[in-house]
Design a protein around this ligand. Structure first.
Ligand code: ADP
Length: 448
């Protein structure tokens, strides 16, 4: 049995049976059986039923938001934003069905035609930090490209994924096209990696588990996309609009309690404006209220579980901070926001904490900023703040990261590619690019 607790109160929300490996096999079997008809459906019809799915999600935003907040502690405003985004993502990929077309290439002696063929059954393994949003990022392109899917949500936060599976059926997505199996990663998740009928695994989670999956997929040369950890840099140059950069910096680290792979948790600040920036940053962080996630004015809720709180505390206890915010006492898995300026060799400057802890590191010049930014095994996200356009272009081109922003900390949109360099991942999500990761490219030569 899985006991799910509300992280803000520690109260038990519900108990769920664990799926077994046999349940995973049954779901894979159902997905396989549903595959030929879904693949053969006219693209316009597949698009229409996906739009109905998106509309059905939109009609249940409040319900999904409440489930997400109760299950993982996300502030209700963010949960509502995510539920709306799930619908938007599904709409985007409903629209993409008919646009992911092949090409014809004139060659000597004939013509070459390319086709994007669905893979068949795909396994979708999602994390607990943005449960329904991460599910939609995978369900949308998987189904649009003509695959059927088995979704395995993180076992501690499965409620919105289960509901989305039900809404898919209500909307008319044929039975077997989207299956949701709730169980542990090491058994049910691993089965998606091992089962020969699963042709691809799309994973979002820790770098450590991602590496394990990559080894597991090697045996069958199974297609794999990975969206893993990060330690992203928020680079503030002396010529930036410091007020704006500082006003945005807390949300860039502390949103979702820092449980965000895109979190800009390393704030790199040019030495000449370091003190001024710190004053502004700390002021902005003071306004970042931590409390009841059901209160719409709350900026940050609890961490997801007692176990994760303990993991974050291993970094933050004993850390010398320049600012520590306030957080409620228990019950609940509360952690205050923290800003620290540790020495560069401290592990908090390099390891992903996945909690509300920002480290601020000074730099001297452009080359120094780029060097520090790229001195990481990760390369997911990052930001540059400057009013010099040419410098912004030079710096973002030099940053070894996949998802960047200039004079903003926001860079994730379903119409633009998302993913990481280095140990932050493999492949891209979102945009039309992702469809290439959910299909095989076939080329056929027609002799004329
Ligand atoms: P986090 O650190 O965010 O909890 P994990 O990488 O542990 O992330 O988990 C992300 C997802 O991967 C979850 O759905 C989890 O159940 C699943 N998972 C964990 N271990 C495995 C595994 N060995 N094989 C397949 N999936 C796994």
């Amino acid at each position: 049995m899985l006991t799910l607790r509300n992280p803000a109160t520690e109260e038990v929300i519900c108990e769920l049976p664990h799926a077994s490996v046999a349940d995973a096999d049954a779901a894979i079997e159902k997905a396989k059986a549903a595959s030929p008809a879904w693949k053969a459906m006219a693209p316009a019809d597949r698009s229409k039923v996906m739009r109905r799915f998106a509309d059905t999600v939109a009609a249940h935003v409040d319900e999904l938001a409440l489930l997400e907040t109760q299950n993982m502690g996300m502030p209700i405003g963010s949960s509502r934003w995510c539920a709306n985004a799930v619908s938007d993502v599904l709409h985007y990929f409903a629209g993409a069905v008919e646009k992911h077309t092949g090409s014809s290439i004139p060659v000597a002696g004939g013509i070459d035609v390319t086709f994007h063929e669905p893979l068949g059954v795909v396994g979708l393994i999602t994390p607990w930090n943005f449960p329904m949003l991460m599910a939609s990022w995978k369900i949308g392109p998987a189904l649009a490209a003509g695959n059927t899917a088995v979704l395995k949500p993180a076992e501690i936060t499965p409620l919105t994924s289960i509901r989305i599976g039900e809404l898919a059926l209500e909307a008319g997505i044929p039975e077997g096209v989207l299956n949701v199996v709730v169980g542990p990663g090491r058994t049910v998740g691993q089965r998606l990696v091992d089962h020969p009928d699963v042709r691809k695994v799309a994973f979002t989670g820790s770098t450590e588990v991602g590496k394990q999956l990559m080894r597991g997929c090697a045996d069958q040369v199974k297609r794999l996309t990975l969206e893993l950890g990060g330690k992203s840099a928020n680079i503030v140059f002396a010529d930036a609009d410091l007020e704006k950069a500082a006003a945005n910096a807390p949300g860039a680290v502390f949103d979702n309690s820092g449980q965000d792979c895109c979190s800009r948790s390393r704030v790199l600040v040019q030495r000449s404006v370091f003190d001024r920036f710190m004053e502004l940053f700390i002021d902005a962080a003071k306004a970042f209220t931590v409390g009841d996630p059901m209160d719409p004015s709350t900026a940050m809720g609890p961490l997801v579980t007692a176990g994760h709180l303990a993991a974050v505390r291993r970094y933050s206890e004993g850390l010398e901070t320049v600012f520590t915010g306030e957080a409620p006492d228990g019950p609940g898995y509360w952690h205050p926001v923290m800003i620290a300026t540790p020495t560069y060799d401290d592990p908090v400057c390099h390891e992903e904490i996945f909690g509300p802890v920002a480290v601020v590191i000074p730099f001297d010049d452009e080359a120094d900023a780029i060097r520090i930014c790229n001195d990481s095994i990760y390369g997911l996200s990052g930001s540059v703040w400057t009013q010099d356009g040419a410098k912004a272009i030079r710096v973002v081109r030099a940053m070894e990261a996949g998802t960047l922003s200039v004079n903003s900390n926001s860079s994730v949109r379903y119409s633009t590619p998302f993913g990481g360099f280095k140990q932050s991942g493999l492949g891209r999500e979102h945009s039309m690019h992702v469809l290439d990761h959910y299909s095989e490219l076939k080329n056929v030569f027609f002799a004329t």
